[in-house]
Design a binder for this molecule. Structure first.
Ligand SMILES: NC(=O)c1ccc[n+]([C@@H]2O[C@H](COP(=O)([O-])OP(=O)(O)OC[C@H]3O[C@@H](n4cnc5c(N)ncnc54)[C@H](OP(=O)(O)O)[C@@H]3O)[C@@H](O)[C@H]2O)c1
Length: 416
């Protein structure tokens, strides 16, 4: 009995230790805040700017084309909630020259004050088979999608740390969580963002600066339309198995997560599942986020399975009766995301294969229930995540300890 009580006590203390770094950050107040949105002249970036503006923020839009910037400014200004709000436009290529990016950010800060939130949304996608893509495409995507996020972040981080306030948002993609046919160049540039964001979060968390990585699915934007023109057939077919999201919906979710300081921002239930499955040792910034990742997988899996059309024999609701067709015919994974909010115009009705199911299925589709994870597998995943969080917590405390030690020696130096 005594032993049991001791075990409970140890478990409780461990749990407390684990969750202690997961205290939710204070939400960022957008009224009066200065929000910089790179790629803010079009698509998701423009919708993010509108969403922030609607909540009272001052906006700096960053992109290259001046006409598009001015057009976006006019559109955003229609949503003002007070007459003090300002939309500033800056034309610069975020991927070329760090000193240029640093200069324009400095100018924006002089006009609208220190940056409270930076949204790195400038980006582009080019697809093609690995051997068909020019080497320069890899360089270009890495430069725009990755360095184009590094430079603006680098330009604002010092002030954010000094002020002990800030949010940095990186717009990755579901192709940054899962590699898909045709996206060897794009996916790697979006995966790189996650590595950057995870490492940066560990550095800046003690300074009350929070990082969010957004993983949007296919979204109806000018960039997406442009990308579709050159997609390989396989990529297009995979893409057509799901519908596209509206940029307004994606923007709303990203802004909400950034305000809360959530590390992960995904859209819809499939996006959520994908994030749960691919979270690895990604940081969490709230107890809720951590607990969801630990316990979510099992329940989602069951729910998704029960609901997925095309996965069950008609009229069947038994998990074992899987009748999903081969990936390249009627069902498959998303191109950049599986989430469906409205039907893709003109697309034939297709079976829907959720990301989770795709990720777990093995080539033997027909009537073979082998791909279903057992309760043990699911529990093991939860356990792994729990251990991962434990380690993350200890890494965070090392960072905090070093920070405190440095502060102490600075004080000692001054008094000496
Ligand atoms: N749409 C999707 O399905 C989808 C899905 C997942 C992730 N994403 C990601 O979401 C972000 C926005 O995508 P979107 O579809 O909204 O694209 P979009 O409509 O093409 O908008 C891209 C924006 O980025 C700017 N931009 C591009 N390259 C730039 C550079 N080198 N320097 C400065 N600004 C630059 C563009 O303006 P200028 O051309 O004038 O510079 C434009 O404002 C991208 O990072 C994309 O990879 C999109």
């Amino acid at each position: 009995m005594l032993l049991l009580a001791a075990a409970f006590l140890v478990a409780f203390v461990l749990l407390l230790y684990m969750v202690s770094p997961l205290i939710s950050p204070k939400p960022l107040a957008l009224p009066g805040a200065h929000v910089v949105v790179t790629g803010g002249s079009s698509g998701i970036g423009k919708c993010i700017a509108i969403e922030c503006y609607k909540q009272g923020a001052f906006i700096t839009l960053v992109a290259r084309n001046e006409d598009k910037l001015l057009q976006a400014k006019k559109e955003i200004e229609k949503h003002s909630i007070n007459d003090k709000q300002v939309v500033l436009c800056i034309s610069v290529d975020v991927s070329q020259d760090y000193s240029q990016v640093e200069n324009v950010i400095k100018q924006a800060q002089e006009k609208l004050g220190p940056v409270d939130m930076l949204v790195n949304c400038a980006g582009m996608s080019l697809s093609g088979k690995f051997e068909d893509l020019e080497v320069s495409t890899f360089e270009r995507l890495m430069s725009v999608n990755y360095l184009g996020s590094v430079y603006p972040s680098r330009a604002v981080i010092t002030t954010m740390k000094e002020r002990r306030v800030g949010r940095i948002v990186f717009v990755s993609s579901q192709a940054g969580q899962l590699g898909l046919f045709g996206f060897t160049a794009y996916s790697s540039s979006k995966f790189a963002i996650r590595g950057l964001a995870e490492a940066l979060q560990m550095e800046v968390k003690p300074y009350n600066v929070y990082v969010t990585v957004a993983y949007p699915p296919d979204t109806d934007t000018p960039g997406f339309a442009e990308e579709n023109k050159t997609k390989p057939l396989e990529t297009r077919l995979i893409s057509e198995t799901v519908s596209v999201c509206k940029p307004e919906q994606v923007a709303k979710q990203i802004v909400k997560d950034a305000i809360q300081g959530n590390f992960n921002s995904s859209i819809g239930s499939d996006g959520y599942m994908l994030s749960s499955l691919t979270c690895g040792m990604a940081p969490v910034t709230s107890i809720t986020e951590g607990l969801q990742q630990i316990f979510h997988t099992k329940s989602r899996f069951r729910t998704s399975l029960g609901k997925s059309e095309g996965l069950m024999a008609p009229g069947s609701n038994q998990l074992g009766q899987v009748v999903a067709p081969p990936v390249t015919q009627d069902a498959g994974p998303p191109s950049r995301g599986p989430h469906s909010t409205h039907p893709r115009p003109g697309a034939p009705e297709r079976h829907h294969c959720s990301t989770l199911v795709f990720l777990n299925c093995r080539p033997t589709w027909h009537g073979n229930p082998q791909w279903l994870p057992s309760t043990t597998e699911v529990v093991t995943m939860g356990l792994f995540r729990t251990i991962a969080l434990f380690y993350l917590g200890s890494f965070d405390s090392i960072v905090r300890r070093c920070m405190m030690q440095r502060a102490k020696s600075e004080v000692a130096d001054k008094t000496a």
